[in-house]
Design a protein around this ligand. Sequence first.
Ligand code: IDP
Ligand code: MG
Length: 169
Amino acid sequence: MIEQLLILVKPDGIKKSLTGNILTKLSEARMFIIGAKAVKVDKKLAEEHYYQLKDKPFFDELVDYIQGKIYGEPWDRVLAFVYQGENAILRMRQIAGATNPEEADPVSIRGAYGRITTKGVYENVVHCSSSKLEAEREIKLWFKPEEIVNPIYSVKKVTIEKEERIIWA
Ligand code: IDP
Ligand code: MG
């Protein structure tokens, strides 16, 4: 089954200059990148992204982590990718490794590069959607339809009047 998923290089991956290593490892799965961008994550996006974990004791630290608060400028950003391919979710999660970097396979991305902070947050370098439903919710949260090169979900045309937009001067 052809699937899509959201992959994020989290701020610790940016700070440690791991983007190249991460993309090289992910390329072993022979998937296609159909969307890519750098994002400064605000609190609203961080909380929406992790809304399923809002009752966890580590939620506030997690929201700070994905915003890159502990690293600050210029590492307080993530790289967001939409990948597409055969059984993409399972295969990419295998390459990413288990959530807890200390338990992850040492040759997986998280096993090789992740750590647990003194505050107890799993800094595991990448985010990887874990189901088709979650992937759709996350892709729609992070990307606009026109930012994805292959049409994947149904879209509609709307006319939005008086919408302010920043354009090149
Ligand atoms: P996943 O990223 O492997 O899908 P989730 O359970 O969705 O794992 O958790 C989202 C993120 O929250 C993890 O990637 C990790 O950064 C953090 N996290 C999850 N569980 C814990 C925990 O028990 N302690 C600290 N951080 C955690
Ligand atoms: Mg998850």
